[in-house]
Design a protein around this ligand. Structure first.
Ligand SMILES: Cc1ncc(COP(=O)(O)O)c(C=O)c1O
Length: 492
């Protein structure tokens, strides 16, 4: 039986019997019907079509809508409860959950790669020469700061000014007071989610999703509510977010509006307008992660920030230099309203006091040269993306590989029967490390997907594809092996 904290939020909505019957599709059920119905509902919870925390229809109503006996539905609900996919409490009916309670605590990166091993588990480009130059500039600026105490909990004013000016130039007028500097986007996401939520709150997430966001939500003891995101159907995603917000009384949403990791999805201007209006109306605060915003690869304009479409305070924005420049600089930021930012700053200062002055001075120099550096970064990523797509088409033509027009990764659809976890297990001893598709989902979704970053040089990517071919053959021959449990640490 679920614990009381697993109950649906007060006032959370349910799905009607007729709608659930349409989603299930009577024709897809086969004997034994109760097991088939339970499996069907479970699949919808795990891939987010049926949000975690939704109230299921009364047994009698679903039985009527599907033309089944009530005993069949009742047995299916019991199976779901026994397997941890549903909870029930006197007076509050049956609602959906996941066996881990919606908490996903396994954001992952393997240990140190073995000698000669290719590591495609990160989406993080190498640092350009400008980084060293920026640190040299920072050291020349440092003496001016030495007479002070060296603490700057909200960030150096000159860095905040530059960040505010970039937002303003992108169509979102921003003052220095509306920006704080953070330890990477990761630091900003953690501090912002801590300030936005309480334990037990529902938080909508795009699905697939950057796994560390799920990890943070788990640590904060909130409930991730996955909402399916198909990069080719973003308007449907916005509509599904609206429904999920209504059904679960969600408090917040974590979204990556530009070049989502892993899918590369972008929300267009219309999507942004609808999304902002819908979530605002339902009092859901959005945390918009703009970590990949600077990476359009086809010369296209990226729409203005999501916050430009919402009233002040309804959208909190985080960003970072990690993907545009280099993750080693560890400079990110949060944009929001001043009272909220005061809470973010105090959450951060409890956690790590303040940030390095040298890193922030280097970040100022990097921002001054960012537009030129981005021209080179985008050209390099475009070449690498195209080479990886071409190698996959030549060597693994049975894979479906949508080509994103920005970002850092391909989200590959594996052919029926191919499991990305078996593939990863088979690839590891061959010298290739990859992140399995299921890392990007809640429950058990996406084992038939694989994220491949195009952040490494072309020869590395081409070699990786050869190793994937060998891994596919080894997995098919049953030669994959289960590696030891992996550590729970950051995944880029
Ligand atoms: C969507 C997204 N957000 C945040 C991060 C973390 O960025 P940072 O290195 O600035 O903490 C990543 C890194 O992969 C990411 O893909």
């Amino acid at each position: 039986m679920a614990s009381s904290t697993d109950r649906p939020a007060a006032g959370s909505g349910g799905i009607t019997a007729d709608r659930l019957a349409v989603l299930i599709g009577r024709d897809t059920l086969h004997a034994p019907l109760n097991a088939s119905l339970a499996t069907n509902i479970r699949a919808m919870v795990s891939d987010g079509r049926l949000p975690v925390g939704s109230r299921l229809p009364a047994e009698r109503e679903l039985a009527t809508a599907l033309g089944l006996s009530r005993v069949t539905v009742s047995t299916a609900y019991r199976r779901l409860r026994e397997q941890g996919w549903a909870g029930a409490h006197q007076g509050s009916g049956t609602w959906t959950r996941t066996p881990d309670g919606g908490r996903v605590v396994a954001a992952w990166v393997p240990g140190v790669p073995l000698e000669g091993q290719l590591d495609l588990s990160y989406t993080a480009p190498s640092g350009p020469p400008e980084v060293a130059e920026a640190y040299a500039t920072a050291l020349t600026m440092l003496p001016r700061h030495l007479p002070g105490h060296g603490y700057a909990p909200q960030g150096l004013p000159e860095l905040r000014e530059r960040l505010a000016a970039r937002f303003t130039a992108r169509g979102l007028p921003t003052s220095v007071e509306q920006v704080v500097v953070t330890l990477g986007a990761a630091g900003g996401i953690t501090a912002a989610l801590r300030a936005l939520t309480d334990p037990g709150d529902r938080v909508l997430v795009e699905h697939p999703v950057w796994p560390n966001a799920l990890d943070v939500l788990g640590v904060l003891r909130t409930r991730a509510v996955p909402v399916p995101l198909d990069p080719e159907r973003t308007a449907e995603f916005v509509a599904a977010l609206h429904r999920a917000a209504r059904q679960t009384s969600a408090r917040a949403a974590y979204l990556v509006p530009d070049f989502s990791n892993p899918t590369g999805a972008v929300l267009d201007v219309e999507d942004r307008r609808h999304l902002a209006a819908s979530l605002q109306q339902q009092d859901v605060t959005v945390l918009a992660d703009e970590t990949l915003t600077d990476l359009p690869l086809e010369g296209q304009e990226v729409p203005p920030p999501l916050a430009a479409f919402a009233r002040p305070g309804a959208v909190v924005t985080v960003g970072s230099l990690s993907k545009a420049v280099w993750a080693g600089v560890r400079t990110g930021w949060v944009r929001g309203e001043a009272p909220f930012l005061a809470r973010v700053a105090s959450a951060m200062s409890r956690e790590h006091g303040s940030l390095s002055i040298v890193d922030q001075l280097a970040a100022c120099a990097l921002l001054d040269g960012l537009d030129d550096a981005l021209v080179r970064r985008r050209a390099e990523l475009r070449t690498q993306r195209d080479a990886l797509v071409a190698a996959l088409a030549a060597r693994l033509p049975e894979w479906r590989v949508p080509v994103p027009d920005g970002g850092l990764s391909l989200w590959c659809h594996l052919p029926p029967g191919t499991s990305s976890s078996l593939l990863a297990d088979a690839a590891e001893p061959l010298g290739l490390r990859i992140a399995t598709g299921s890392r990007f989902g809640t429950g058990h979704a996406f084992d038939d997907r694989l994220r491949l970053p195009f952040t490494q040089p072309v020869p590395v990517l081409e070699r990786a594809v050869e190793l994937l071919v060998a891994a596919r053959d080894a997995a098919a021959a049953g030669h994959g092996r289960r590696p030891a449990p992996r550590e729970a640490v950051l995944l880029g």
